[in-house]
Design a protein around this ligand. Sequence first.
Ligand code: GRF
Length: 199
Amino acid sequence: MKRLGILISGRGSNLEAIADHIARGTLDAEIAIVIASRAEARGLEAARDRGLPAISIPSKGLDREVYDRLLLDELRKHAVDLVCLAGFMRLLSASFIRQFPNRILNIHPSLLPAFSGLDAQHQALEHGVKITGCTVHFVDEELDAGPIVIQAAVPVEAGDTVESLSARILKEEHRIYSEAIRIVLSGRYRIEARRVILI
Ligand code: GRF
């Protein structure tokens, strides 16, 4: 069974969705460890309520390389095959990323490369796009930039607020993250330049 390491900073709803897929048998994997960058992350509690191993490694005040070394030690200790960033609000160092080549996924609440960075839903509303969505991509050394595994489109509706739009996108996030994990764990893909090609 492939082992997931899930990194969070906050609410943890994507983490919960992944755990639900595993529990329902629609994703064949196990969550080896949940690591939060903040002790007060709500997702930590949700993980523990489900009996998942979950710890916090507070990042505050730590140098990036030092922090990433702590993360790496923990992920190695739990023999993690695939690292899933799920609302993890930190940039990872190049040396960390090199330890998991094409073995780190991230989910972002826009159709990348549009609206990378913070507050993607707000950016989409401000820009006035009619369609936005979410993206699961491999993590490389640039922010929100690695090869795209899956995207889902979500309409922007008249009268949308950041909250209503975020909620509509989140439903799709919860679906496509597990789908992307399934693809990557199956190994039935190859990457050509930036394109993830399913085999
Ligand atoms: C999601 O919108 C995700 O796309 C973004 O951060 C949010 C995390 O939400 N990277 P949650 O912590 O999984 O509920």
